[in-house]
Design a protein around this ligand. Structure first.
Ligand code: NAP
Length: 308
């Protein structure tokens, strides 16, 4: 069977609401039960009919669920795991959607009983929007969903989860936890930090240029601002929990930046041209891999789904 009888979503933001819409669209859950921390979010979820049932506590939401998905910021996962552990059904699969894996495994696994399968995961899909109204059913279509299975996971449970995620439209792959965190530091976490920095620089400059930065903002900067509008809690937790890998990549980035800075100062056009030729080839590779289109208005017009 593809799907689960009862799916509990803990956290009802962008990722959980997109999962709920996609599960409904593809008939992948007999019942969808949800829980979020604040009464406001729970009330919104009820108002828009996001789940079949919304519970006041996470413990209540996971009772009898054969799939539990932790969709909260990375820093909140450990406390949730401790709360739900005594209430998990025998044989249930527990997964999460956190953007960092090592920290989630360390925070969650020690709390869980041996009679469940904890299979960590991460959809490489998102937008800068958050909350229960921000989800849409096609968010995961043709996007990667990485699983980082743990020693002792039941292969049948892993396969069932893979089938479910494929049913949501995702391409599923497996990776070990450390590799995941390093790869994501390169393709997502450090680029986000750079976007935050660039928008911060422009904000300082705005005071000098009296709003021209905003008024004339075009292509590159506008895309940075979209990325830098992402949820502050989520990204604070990503950097605090993927500290080593992010600092490693940031160190390499700084070295490259100094090389480019020197080439500009020395008017070394050949160096710059070679460098930009290599980076252009990477962009072509991403388009060929189907992870973006060559359309010139990338990031605008359609809901972007390039975050992680
Ligand atoms: P979001 O839209 O900001 O929603 C977060 C949800 O978690 C909210 O419903 C919030 O409830 C709930 N929450 C927070 N702390 C909680 C707690 N202690 N107990 C119960 N609920 C709690 O976040 P999101 O974008 O869906 O991200 C969720 C997870 O997905 C994060 O771990 C993130 O790293 C990962 N992720 C995000 C993206 C992305 O681009 N957004 C992509 C891939 C993975 P309240 O509204 O009541 O506060």
């Amino acid at each position: 069977m593809t799907g689960y009888n009862r799916v509990a979503l803990i956290g009802l933001g962008l990722i959980a609401s997109s999962m709920a819409h996609a599960m409904r669209a593809h008939g992948l859950a007999g019942e969808i039960v949800g829980h979020a921390k604040s009464p406001e979010t729970r009330a919104t979820a009820v108002e828009i009919g996001l789940c079949d049932r919304v519970c006041e506590t996470a413990a209540e939401a996971v009772r009898g669920a054969d799939l539990v998905v932790l969709c909260v910021p990375v820093g909140a996962m450990g406390a949730i795991a401790a709360e739900i552990a005594p209430h998990l059904a025998v044989g249930a699969t527990i997964t999460d959607v956190g953007s960092v894996k090592q920290a989630v495994v360390e925070a969650v696994a020690p709390h869980l009983p041996p009679h469940v399968n904890f299979i960590p995961g991460h959809p490489l899909a998102g937008t800068e929007h958050s909350g229960p109204r921000s989800g849409f059913a096609s968010l995961f279509v043709n996007r990667w969903w990485l699983l980082t299975p743990l020693e002792g996971n039941d292969p049948a449970a892993v396969q069932r989860l893979r089938d479910f995620l494929t049913g949501l439209g995702a391409n599923v792959d497996e990776m070990d936890v450390q590799r995941h965190d390093l790869v994501l530091a390169v393709v997502s976490h450090t680029p986000h930090l750079i976007a935050y920095t660039m928008v911060g620089v422009a904000d300082h400059l705005r005071r000098v240029t009296q709003d021209e930065v905003i008024k004339y903002s075009a292509s590159g900067f506008r895309d940075f601002t979209r990325i830098a509008a992402s949820d502050p809690t989520m990204w604070r937790d990503v950097f605090l929990t993927n500290k080593e890998a992010t600092l490693d990549i940031l160190g390499r980035f700084t070295e490259e930046l100094f090389m480019l800075q020197r080439a500009i100062r020395m008017e070394d056009g050949a160096f710059l041209h070679d460098y930009f030729t290599r980076t252009r080839a990477i962009r072509r590779g991403i388009i060929e891999a189907g992870q973006d289109t060559a359309a010139p208005d990338f990031g605008r017009g359609v809901p972007p789904s390039d975050k992680a």
